[in-house]
Design a protein around this ligand. Sequence first.
Ligand code: BEZ
Length: 216
Amino acid sequence: MDNQVLQAMPRIGDKAPDFKALTTTGPMTFSEFNKGSWVIMFSHPADFTPVCTTELSAFAMDKKFYQERNTKLIGLSIDSIHSHLAWVNNVREKTDVYMDFPIIADLDMKVAHLYGMLHPGESETAAVRAVFVIDPKGVIRLILYYPLNIGRNMEEIKRILIALQTADEKKVALPVNWKPGDKAIVPPPKTLVEMDERIANTEYEKVDFYLSKKAI
Ligand code: BEZ
């Protein structure tokens, strides 16, 4: 075993680790920020870099989408608050896009370590492109990691949010490439009686008793 510091890697289903941090909208306690809202927390490798600028601008341009879905955005990089402010202002001046969601200045890498955003094989000093979707109860529901040189897919992040909210609300599972308007998976039968009921069911779109779909 080498002598790298082992970092915590939160997993799906874990309570989102709480922390206090300095952000572009002021000091914050994460659990207070999260209370009652969905949160999408994302890290980026560095301010004033091109791929990161496209990504954080895209989040900012989708502000209304996230607001309408009770979802707060929060960014993070291992940069100072002064760097974040200068970058946000520069992007606003150059493109008219205002990245006004909080961005954590994680200079001591405390939050990056807490959330497993540092992947030393990719970079020892910059956070990878992580995305954590956290529900209003503070539970981590989905995690994505992208390398430094590939920008994330904003349409997929929006699809993920809608899918998680729909799955919770309708108590269903959602199939491959699901998008709003598509049918949902009906939970498979768990007993022989339920299996025979499902076999006899004519209401659902059915491949077999264990794979049925219904409109939601
Ligand atoms: C970028 O955002 O453009 C970037 C940042 C770090 C490494 C490579 C690309």
